[in-house]
Design a protein around this ligand. Structure first.
Ligand SMILES: [Zn+2]
Ligand SMILES: [Zn+2]
Length: 328
């Protein structure tokens, strides 16, 4: 029998309809092995030559950088000397498209984040944290969204692994939804909804995919899509950039483990993952929030019902998804 389940953060409902797929395996097509693009066509092999120099930040040094933040040459938003302002055209609001669009890259063309050393993933997180702290000082911008697209169907136009960081003058609606849900749960129960989820999942054990001393990866009870995964720092931390390095190391390590499990158990599907964290501005207002990472493998695409209603139909029970992902 199918079941409706509610996300306690967003209040969104999903339909879990496992009878629509025989077994989780049935969804996983054996695809041709992913082919890396040639190095000669990659703009990140020689940053100077491709006009991606100077970088915003590199680590450990400009000559022998392992991780770097560079401005996107084709940005969705561009910063200039003044802040944008809102104005009205008929019934429509418009706002100057100012912001930043950065890329966080690793040196190696061939190894994606699943295959980086733990130290490298941590170094990446660490320079991203630094970038968040810098962006906080920009008086025009309020939110940085960090996301990673892997594979063409997930929106990646380049093979070379890279995360993108878009900083906006508004809080995006999806984030507002998550922040608002977390705030209203806190007002009602005086507790963090994500801490409650972590506590429940730790006790039930069924949907845990990987964990270590400071981080936990679960297939959420209310998964919107097959094999959706959330990774949390175990301690209540509202701000990604203010999280202690030992905890960030743990989250980075769990992310890497989970990405490897996805690659092995789900035959390297295209995927997206992103960080949900508190806005850059008015941070005391977001003490209730608990930052986390969300991974969505591109295994099923939203169709008419999902697009028309905002209700997702998931055909894989998250208990079964976690069991399959734990395998290797
Ligand atoms: Zn490359
Ligand atoms: Zn919490």
């Amino acid at each position: 029998m199918s079941e409706l389940r509610q996300d306690p953060v967003s209040g969104d409902w999903i339909i879990l309809a496992t009878e629509r797929a025989k077994r989780p395996h049935d969804l996983l097509e054996k695809k041709k092995k992913r082919r890396p693009s040639p190095l000669s066509k990659c703009p990140f092999e020689n940053l100077k030559k491709s006009g991606n120099w100077p970088p915003i930040n590199v680590y450990p040094s400009e000559r022998s950088w392992r991780v770097a933040i560079i401005p996107n040459k084709y940005p969705a938003l561009r910063h200039n000397s003044t802040c944008g302002f809102a104005f009205k055209t008929g019934p429509y609001w418009r706002f100057g498209g100012i912001g930043h669009h950065d890329l966080a890259i690793t040196r190696d063309h061939y190894r994606n984040w699943a295959h980086l050393g733990e130290k490298e993933v941590y170094e990446l997180f660490s320079i991203m944290q630094k970038r968040y702290s810098e962006l906080k000082n920009d008086k025009c911008l309020v939110y940085t969204s960090t996301f990673f697209n892997w594979g063409e169907s997930a929106g990646a136009s380049l093979y070379h692994p890279h995360a993108q960081m878009i900083t906006l003058p508004i809080i995006p609606p999806g984030i507002n939804h998550s922040l608002g849900g977390s705030a209203s749960y806190f007002r009602k129960h005086r507790r963090c909804v994500h801490c409650e989820i972590i506590k429940f999942e730790e006790k039930s054990k069924k949907r845990i995919i990987a964990k270590n001393s400071s981080a936990l990866a679960v297939a959420p009870f209310f998964s919107r899509r097959p094999f959706q995964i959330k990774i949390f720092p175990r301690k209540h931390r509202p701000y990604f950039e203010k999280t202690a390095s030992s905890e960030v190391k743990s989250v980075a390590s769990v992310l890497r483990t989970v990405l490897l499990k996805i690659e092995k158990n789900l035959h390297d599907p295209d995927l997206n993952f992103f960080i949900h964290t508190s806005p850059l501005k008015n941070q005391p207002n977001y003490k209730h929030y608990h930052w986390h990472i969300e991974i969505l493998p591109k295994i099923s695409l939203p169709a008419g019902f999902e697009l028309g209603t905002g209700v997702d139909i998931n055909v894989v029970d998250p208990d079964a998804a976690a069991a399959l992902l734990r395998k290797y």
